[in-house]
Write a protein that binds this ligand. Structure first.
Ligand code: FAQ
Length: 318
């Protein structure tokens, strides 16, 4: 009996079944067999990730015309263009799973698909642009470095490129914060205020604690996720607290303490009621973000029509 099972396992490996590939840590590619649940799980996560990149352009876009110097404006423009590019890689990667971009956008507009909680907060001052680059991109990098080893090939390859660009974004944000912290009292106050408003929502970006994370079971079984939401959040806290100290910013958490035993920080409780309220449509900017996306999408219909007409013409010629 034991021999039979062993033989079956060997045959399974040789046949390159989905399970065998997952076990061997081989990448799953678009034409490979995959369970329907795996495909759906990835479409959900990757489309939400793509929507986040694109909606994430809005809070920063508001500051392009108000950047304090030509240099700052150029850098911010480049960063926002990168975010648009990240959305495109991710939509393309999700399309390999058999969903069209139109369907993904329709799901975003109907509220079926989510996007990251973080982009429902307003960018009130120039320091918020620093906080977004430093904290939001910093959190995104920690999550995305882990996703470089996700099991779906097109997603993991997209992550490699995206992470390189995100590290430039993180430095852009940290530079703004460091500059403001070495400026006037009013500038330091502005930087601290931005830190106070963006810290907790950035921690929420990693998603709920394990006991409240219904998607994690399948995600680990299929090696879509490699680390838990809490492990990644902790990694982010440990590196970011030190960066804050270097430039004199205070982390707005009275319960934050270095824990020598576990060699990392303990932190105060996260307000999960706020998180759920925001991801269910009731954050400060949800309505504004969606209204803007819908408006711009409708205004861009002619571009999609022209691209489609061009594609059809090329098809006829070939
Ligand atoms: N926001 O069971 P889990 C960026 C939902 S990119 C909203 O733990 P999972 C770059 C979750 O969907 C930022 N919803 O779920 C940038 C699920 O609901 P559902 C985006 C969230 O998937 C910077 C429910 O809660 N990055 O910032 C969030 O295993 C600056 C239960 O959660 C990604 O999307 C949240 N934060 O783990 C751009 C990374 N967290 O779908 C512009 C890829 C959880 O069942 C400017 N995604 N939910 O209705 C992931 O790694 C995972 O999907 C997690 C959530 C970790 C986000």
């Amino acid at each position: 009996m034991e021999l039979l099972e062993k033989n079956e396992k060997l045959q399974d490996k040789a046949s390159g079944s989905f399970e065998a590939k997952i076990e061997r840590d081989d990448a799953i590619e678009p034409r490979d067999n995959m369970p329907e649940g795996y495909r759906k799980h990835l479409i959900r996560q990757m489309s939400q990730h793509a929507h986040s990149e694109v909606i994430g352009m809005q809070p920063e876009g508001n500051w392009i015309t108000r950047a304090p110097s030509l240099r700052a404006k150029q850098i911010l423009l480049a960063k926002i263009q990168d975010e648009g590019g990240h959305g495109l890689y991710l939509y393309s990667a999700a399309e390999t799973l058999g969903i069209s971009r139109d369907e993904m956008i329709a799901q975003l507009h109907s509220g079926k698909a989510k996007y990251s909680n973080i982009f429902n907060y307003p960018a009130l001052t120039w320091a918020d642009i620093g906080a977004i680059g430093w904290l939001v991109d910093g959190a995104a990098i920690v999550n995305q470095v882990s996703l470089q080893r996700t099991s779906y090939g097109p997603y993991s390859r997209a992550m490699v490129r995206i992470c390189k660009e995100e590290s430039f974004h993180q430095r852009q944000g940290y530079e703004i914060m460091a500059k403001m912290m070495s400026g006037t009292a009013a500038q330091r106050e502005m930087a601290q205020d931005a830190m106070n408003r963006w810290w907790w929502p950035s921690l929420m970006m990693f998603g709920p604690h394990e006991s409240e994370s219904p998607r994690s079971g399948d995600a680990f079984k299929w090696k879509i996720k490699r680390s838990t939401n809490d492990e990644l959040r902790q990694k982010f806290i440990d590196k970011t607290v030190q960066q804050a100290e270097v430039i004199g910013l205070k982390v707005p958490d009275d319960q934050l303490r270095w824990n020598e035993e576990k060699k990392s920080y303990d932190h105060g409780p996260i307000n999960w009621d706020e998180f759920h309220s925001v991801i269910n449509g009731n954050g400060p900017c949800n309505k504004q973000r969606m209204a803007h996306h819908k408006k711009v999408h409708a205004e861009g219909a002619w571009v999609r029509e022209a691209a489609e007409a061009y594609r059809l013409k090329e098809e006829k010629l070939n």
